[in-house]
Ligand binder design. Structure first.
Ligand code: FAD
Length: 189
């Protein structure tokens, strides 16, 4: 069973999926491949001097898949509903029962709102510092939670924060995804 469903494969969703998949949670990313990054060129993503949005997405998807996530770029999520032990994610072709859902759908808050997540006055999804919404175990990240303050690196940070909170719940203690130089031979492919 997929433990974590990430809805949206821009920087927010891919970042969340990277952390959860890398740390052993069964993770599926559902995406319609319409990230704003397809229109962008990044000069302001710290650590990368210059990269096209297309190339950034291709590298990020590959990185996430390398760590074991199932990234589906042709499966649109049409509904998310609460169940007794999590959520049911519906697409055009199937339904998936999951424990955690991470909304990363750009500025479109409709799926999160339909689930019952509270919105702010600015019509963004209301979240805490760990990006958890008013619905337990449902997270919202990226452009979805920010009133116009839209930057790729902020979305990626949001995704990481959501994933760390999920991982802390699963591990039963505050979790850090810290690697050191000794890990490189193990993790480099
Ligand atoms: C012209 C332009 C230039 C920009 N330039 C820069 C820049 O220079 N630097 C910078 O940092 N930022 C830039 N940005 C902003 C940047 O693109 C966004 O901040 C960033 O892409 C937001 O990331 P996100 O993951 O929150 O959402 P997005 O990247 O928009 O990703 C959302 C994803 O969710 C998917 N999705 C939506 N609904 C569903 C659904 N129901 N089921 C499945 N998938 C779904 C979409 O297809 C999309 O792939 C630019 C934006 C634009 C438009």
């Amino acid at each position: 069973m997929t433990q974590v469903a990430v809805i949206g494969g821009g920087p927010a969703g891919l970042s969340a999926a990277l952390f959860t998949a890398k740390n052993g949670l069964e993770t599926t990313v559902f995406d319609t491949d319409e990230s704003w990054l397809h229109k962008a060129h990044l000069f302001n993503y710290l650590g990368i001097r210059s990269i096209s949005g297309d190339e950034f997405l291709a590298v990020a998807r590959g990185q996430v898949e390398d760590r074991g996530a199932d990234v589906r770029t042709d499966e649109e999520v049409s509904a998310v509903e609460s169940t007794d032990d999590g959520f049911r994610v519906g697409t055009e072709t199937d339904e998936y029962d999951v424990q955690y859902v991470v909304f990363a759908t750009g500025a479109d808050a409709s799926l999160a709102s339909d689930l019952g997540c509270e919105l702010t006055e600015a019509e963004t999804v209301d979240v805490d510092l760990s990006m958890e919404t008013s619905v337990e175990n449902a997270y919202a990240t990226g452009a979805l939670v920010r009133d116009q303050e839209w930057e790729a690196i902020i979305s990626a940070g949001d995704g990481g924060a959501a994933a760390l909170d999920i991982l802390s719940k699963e591990k039963g203690e505050k979790f850090h995804d810290f690697d050191t130089p000794e890990n490189v031979p193990l993790l480099n492919g």
